[in-house]
Design a protein around this ligand. Structure first.
Ligand code: SPQ
Length: 425
């Protein structure tokens, strides 16, 4: 796919449903009693992997144009799949489903694509094993494939070394099946969609500071869920509208949960004009329409507790920082190295290829903004967020940006090109 500099972006966009919330709505719907109806579900490849895994375990899931209907099997109604579960490219599917599988009464093996087979799973193997789960990395390298034999689980009190919603959620989901209370404490607060949604399904879950606490559940109850727009997808168009002179874009129904809204805070801190036009609530999550106008950005420092709230947006923030006046420092973001690709390396190498002044560090990047960027061939490493980030960078650069491995955008944003074209008029 090829991109080049753009005329002003104008118009209004409904970004697709939130990926994290879409995954969870299917998973919790499958474990609930009754039928869960989900609207604005993200039909990206990752969430389709979640659907396919639960279908393989006997859950009836119907897709229509507008909704997804999940006919729940109850907490103990899943059946042993007759093949290896394929989580595709999705870390969320792999880690959250492991927490659920730990408490079943059958054995299962799960795996995923090349990228998933390199992502660290020790972070869930360790706490789930402490709970009594039988979970092992088949090749002994702490990565997928994972073999899980459901077993009797105990509640634990666990401190995670990294702030990770996937680790926290895997433990909380196993905690539904445990024989006592389970507590997970994080170094900083990660996204809390699991806690919010499990509570709405009837689970006894609460939060104290950076600790999430769950009690074992007898039953979960089906819900009607309207998934808010994905702030991680909206971030690409926020950046595009900020960077392309003369742009004005209204992004509708974007989820602005405070555990996810770091990108808004950082863009505003950089001088970005982003107005919250109206605010509502969707699926127990705050959502808003955001009016974004092109702005002159300046550099900033990003680190500490804000990192988990914008971890997936750091690639596009880094690209935007190249067009800002002054220096931007990103630190405390070593987690970026274990995403679909090593996103620190992917950003530093590709931005440098476009002429940016970027230094890769152990836990982030230093970006000296203001150098004009030019065309280049981008190695997306088949990482959806890297591919879309460079489509956005191209809109404010000179020359042609070519992204050969483009199809990966289907992981989280299949309609990205259509949405971009609609704003380009
Ligand atoms: O699901 P996956 O592949 O891990 O997707 C990513 C993404 O960029 O879409 C990360 F690569 O998002 C994660 C996110 O980084 C989704 C997620 C969740 O839904 O719980 C939490 C974050 O990961 P983590 O490891 O910090 O918990």
């Amino acid at each position: 796919m090829k991109f080049s500099s753009s005329s002003p972006l104008r118009g209004c966009l409904n970004v697709p449903g939130d990926k994290s919330i879409s995954h969870r709505s299917v998973m919790f719907g499958a474990l609930a009693k009754g039928t869960t109806e989900i609207s604005n579900f993200l039909k990206g490849a990752d969430c389709l992997s979640t659907i396919s895994c639960f279908r393989s375990m006997g859950v009836d899931i119907q897709e229509t144009d507008q909704t997804i209907l999940v006919r729940g099997k109850g907490l103990h109604g899943l059946r042993r799949p007759d093949h290896v579960l394929d989580c595709g490219n999705s870390g969320t599917t792999t880690r959250l489903i492991s927490g659920i599988l730990a408490g079943q009464d059958f054995d299962v093996t799960l795996t995923g694509d090349e990228s998933i087979q390199k992502r660290p799973m020790k972070r869930i193997i360790e706490p789930l094993s402490l709970m009594g789960a039988h979970i092992l990395s088949v090749r002994g390298n702490d990565c997928a494939p994972l073999s899980i034999s459901g077993s009797h689980l105990h509640g634990i009190s666990y401190s995670t070394p990294v702030a990770s919603a996937q680790v926290k959620s895997a433990i909380l989901l196993a905690g539904l099946y445990a024989d006592g209370e389970t507590r997970v404490t994080e170094p900083a607060r990660s996204r809390n969609h699991t806690e919010l949604m499990l509570a709405s399904f009837g689970a006894d879950v609460k939060t104290e500071g950076t600790t999430a606490i769950i009690r074992p559940a007898k039953e979960l109850f089906s819900q009607s869920i309207q998934v808010p727009g994905d702030i991680s997808s909206a971030a690409f168009f926020m950046a595009a509208a900020l960077l392309v002179p003369g742009s004005e874009v209204l992004l509708k129904n974007v989820g602005i949960n405070p555990t996810r809204d770091g990108v808004l805070r950082v863009f505003r801190q950089m001088g970005g004009e982003i107005e919250t036009v109206s605010q509502t609530s969707r699926a127990g999550e705050p959502a808003a329409d955001l009016l974004v106008r092109s702005s002159r950005l300046h550099g900033t420092e990003i680190g500490g507790d804000i990192i988990p709230t914008l971890i997936d947006e750091l690639p596009v923030i880094a690209a935007a920082a190249c067009f800002a006046d002054g220096v931007t420092v990103i630190r405390d973001a070593a987690e970026l190295k274990v995403k679909e690709s090593n996103r620190i390396q992917a950003m530093a190498e590709n931005l440098t290829a476009m002429g940016a002044d970027v230094t890769e560090t152990e836990d982030g990047m230093i970006i000296r903004g203001g150098k004009p960027l030019h065309g280049a061939v981008i190695d997306s490493r088949n990482d959806h967020r890297i591919a879309m980030t460079f489509a956005v960078a191209a809109l404010a650069s000179q020359g042609e940006v070519s992204i050969p491995q483009w199809d990966c955008v289907n992981i989280s944003y299949p309609a990205f090109l259509d949405d971009l074209r609609s704003l380009m008029g």
